[in-house]
Design a protein around this ligand. Structure first.
Ligand code: ADP
Ligand code: MG
Length: 247
C-alpha cells in the first residue's frame, strides 16, 4: 500500500517543486516505484527539474474525466528508473476536480505506487485543499526566513484542520552560517505547531546549474543539496537519521 505525500507551503518560491522533483528522484533511486504529480495547474513547472518537458501531453484531468487509465497518463522518466510523472492541466482549464474522484484517483495510485509526491500550488486556498485530498502526509516547505516560517506555521495549522496528522517541516535554502540560528527558530516553530522536522536543505548553486543544464539534480556532477534531500527521503521511508553537521 503506497503513501501519498503532498508538498506545500504558505509562501511562494520556497522550493516545493525542487523538493518534489528531488525527493521523488531519491525515493526512485532507493528502489521505490514513485510518482510525482504537478498540482500547480496554471503555473505548472515540475516537468523542468524532472527534465520531462516532453511528457506533459497527458495530465491528471485525463484520469479524473475517464479519458485515460492511470498508467496510460503517467510517464516514466527516461533517466531515472522507477520515477513516474503526471502533469497538471494547461493554464486556464475551467474544470474543478471533484473531491470524490480525486480521492478515488489517489486510492488507485496507492495500489500502483510505493510513493506519490504531489506538488501543491503556493498558499492555503482551494488549490492547497485539493492537493491534500489524498494526502497521508503533508510536507510544508519553508525557507529559514521569519516571514516564510510564519506562513509555514499557518499552513501546518490548515493541514491539521483538514485532519492530516502526519505533518513535517522541510527548511530549504539554509546558508550554512545560519544553521545554528535557524535550529533555534525551527525548534520554536516545531514546539508551536507540533510538526516534525523532515530536513534542512542548504542553499545550493548547483540547483540552478543543473536546472539550466537540463539534468536532474541527483545526476548532476555536483549536488550538495541532493545528499540532504536523500536523507529527507530516507526519513520518509521511516529511517531515523541525524541531521548532517554543517561547518
Ligand atoms: P516553489 O515550487 O515553492 O515555487 P521552486 O522549487 O520553483 O519553488 O524554487 C524557486 C527557485 O528557487 C527556483 O529557481 C529553484 O531553482 C531555487 N531553489 C530552490 N531550492 C533551492 C536551494 N536549496 N538552493 C538554491 N536554489 C534553490
Ligand atoms: Mg512550484
Amino acid at each position: 500500500m503506497g503513501m501519498v505525500i503532498t508538498v506545500a507551503s504558505g509562501k511562494g518560491g520556497t522550493g516545493k517543486t525542487t523538493a518534489v522533483a528531488t525527493l521523488a528522484s531519491c525515493l526512485a533511486a532507493l528502489g521505490f516505484k514513485t510518482l510525482c504529480i504537478d498540482f500547480d495547474a496554471g503555473l505548472k513547472n515540475l516537468d523542468i527539474p524532472l527534465c520531462m518537458t516532453d511528457f506533459t501531453v497527458m495530465d491528471y484531468m485525463d484520469i479524473l474525466s475517464g479519458r485515460l487509465d492511470l498508467m496510460e497518463a503517467c510517464s516514466e522518466s527516461p533517466q531515472i528508473p522507477n520515477l513516474f510523472f503526471l502533469a497538471a492541466p494547461v493554464a486556464g482549464d475551467p474544470e474543478i476536480p471533484d473531491p470524490a474522484k480525486l480521492r478515488s484517483m489517489f486510492d488507485e495510485i496507492r495500489d500502483e505506487f510505493d510513493y506519490c509526491l504531489v506538488d501543491a500550488p503556493s498558499g492555503i486556498g482551494q488549490g492547497f485543499i485539493q492537493a491534500h485530498e489524498g494526502a497521508d502526509m503533508s510536507v510544508i516547505v519553508t525557507t529559514g526566513e521569519l516571514p516564510s516560517m510564519r506562513d509555514a506555521q499557518r499552513a501546518v495549522s490548515a493541514v491539521r484542520d483538514m485532519g492530516i496528522k502526519d505533518v513535517r517541516l522541510l527548511v530549504n535554502r539554509v546558508l550554512p552560517k545560519n544553521y545554528k540560528r535557524i535550529r533555534t527558530t525551527i525548534d520554536d516553530v516545531i514546539d508551536a505547531v507540533g510538526a516534525r522536522l523532515l530536513g534542512l536543505i542548504p542553499e545550493d548553486k548547483y540547483i540552478f546549474r543543473a536546472l539550466h543544464a537540463n539534468i536532474p539534480l541527483i545526476l548532476y556532477k555536483k549536488r550538495l543539496a541532493a545528499y540532504d534531500f536523500l536523507d529527507a527521503a530516507r526519513r520518509i521511508t521511516g529511517e531515523d537519521l541525524p541531521l548532517r553537521q554543517k561547518k
